[in-house]
Design a protein around this ligand. Structure first.
Ligand code: HEM
Length: 411
């Protein structure tokens, strides 16, 4: 393999490099232009076109179970959640959780979500500008909602959010585990992530014990008492499921809300249009999910030898699906680098596809709808106050700060 700038290894290194976090899309384009890339020395294949990413996600031999990977995995945080399981365990556990997130049940949360957003925006009005949209809205909203749903005390947020942030990073070192790493990128800190994983499981185990004694109307109590087809969840399955929901529920929706705010602020006409017409929220949200997806890539393992186009992926090899590259694929979208909520095609893979399609999609869409319509309506002249900054995460890429001038640009 060559080491030119078109070399997949050097392009992956660029993707991991924090210097490219604010705008990784030129790197994604270069990778996509290579077509599917086989890296046998790393037991890895990269897919970056829309059609290939979708085909792998739907492929019956594409596994989410990391134990099936030939590249060693240190299983450090206890038994995996159903995100990392294949049928039949995946099907059984997912079915139990899915009921709590179907659109009808989620819709009933709207008044609570609206009240939370209203409170946050009232605080925004009363504090001095600029308004920090991550810590002031995009982050506290999904955290409060998932805590309420699961029955996790919001007062414990400072502790579990630190653990959750560290665990979100553990989706990244896989890239460096393939031998591709960059100085300065978050590929160290294994011990810290292990500690965080163990701490969070112990914390949840304690909460579960409390709920066993004193059940509430929350999802955690529901999982404890669930009985479907005569099937009980084991203690460790409940812990792993709550762990997944707590992390997935608050490390992703913050990205959707903040990426949408940023895209709208960079196109003031779009901000004004949404402020005037809340019915545009759905188009804005779907376009944000395409244009700047909170989950930038997914991993799959070949559960059997697989053929995708002309490539054979040997059993046990890893596949990286670069969703963020697929979403800018000119074969799938006209003018893909343009943020355009009015485009005719709104399909995307931001919530995945196939058996692992995001359980929380209806909730994430509702939270984003309420937050964006309220923010634009209340502050129709808002403007970007400063350049946003980004966290180091590659997979769950997102901003760490997004300062807004609520009353509009300073003249
Ligand atoms: C904008 C916000 C969100 C995005 C972009 C997102 C994205 C995703 C993606 C891409 C997957 C598929 C992973 C894979 O195929 O390997 C997924 C799965 C999942 N998501 Fe989300 N998610 C979001 C919000 C949420 C929320 C709010 C919750 C829960 C409260 C949630 C819970 C889950 C769960 C439990 C799974 C595992 C599904 C399975 O393995 O069957 N997500 N999500």
């Amino acid at each position: 393999m060559t080491t030119s700038s078109g070399d997949p290894r050097s392009l992956l290194a660029q993707l991991i490099d924090p210097a490219h976090r604010a705008d990784p899309y030129p790197v994604y384009r270069k990778i996509r232009e290579l077509g599917p890339v086989s890296m046998p020395e790393n037991n890895l294949t990269l897919f970056s076109s829309f059609v290939h990413c979708e085909e792998v996600l739907r492929h019956p031999s594409a596994s989410s179970d990391r134990i099936k990977s030939t590249v060693g995995q240190r299983m450090i945080f206890g038994p995996p959640s159903f995100l990392f399981l294949d049928p039949p365990d995946h099907t059984r556990l997912r079915r139990l959780v899915n009921k709590a997130f179907v659109p009808k049940v989620v819709k009933a949360l709207e008044p609570d979500i609206a009240a939370l957003v209203d409170g946050l925006l009232r605080d925004a009005e009363s504090t001095s500008e600029p308004f920090e949209a991550i810590s002031g809205l995009a982050y506290p909203l999904p955290v409060a909602v998932i805590c309420r749903l699961l029955g996790v005390p919001l007062a414990d947020e400072p502790e579990f959010s630190a653990a959750s942030a560290l665990l979100a990073q553990s989706l990244d070192p896989f890239i460096s585990a393939t031998g591709i790493s960059v100085a300065g990128a978050a590929d160290g800190g294994f011990e810290k992530r292990q500690q965080a994983g163990l701490w969070l499981r112990d914390y949840l185990r304690e909460l579960i014990a409390r709920r066993r004694r004193d059940p509430g109307d929350d999802l955690m109590s529901g999982l404890i008492h669930v009985e479907e087809s005569g099937d009980h969840l084991t203690e460790e399955e409940i812990v792993a499921t709550c762990n997944l929901l707590l992390i997935a529920g608050h490390e992703t929706t913050v990205g959707l809300i903040s990426n949408a705010i940023l895209a709208l602020l960079r196109d003031p006409e779009q901000w004004a249009k949404l402020a005037a017409d809340p019915a545009r929220a759905s188009a804005v949200i779907e376009e944000t999910l395409r244009y700047d997806p909170p989950v930038q890539l997914l991993r799959r393992i070949a559960g059997a030898d697989m053929a995708i186009e002309s490539l054979t992926i040997p059993k046990g090899d890893n596949m990286l699906l670069l969703l963020a590259a697929a979403h800018r694929d000119p074969d799938a979208f006209d003018n893909p680098d343009r943020f355009d909520p009015d485009r005719a095609t709104t399909r995307h893979l931001a919530f995945g596809k196939g058996p692992h399609f995001c359980v929380g999609a209806p909730l994430a869409r509702l939270e984003a709808t309420v937050a964006l319509t309220a923010l634009t309506a209340r502050f129709p002249h808002a403007a970007l106050a400063d350049i946003p900054t980004y966290k180091e995460n590659v997979t769950l890429r997102g901003m760490s700060s997004l300062p807004i001038a609520l009353s509009g640009p300073r003249s």
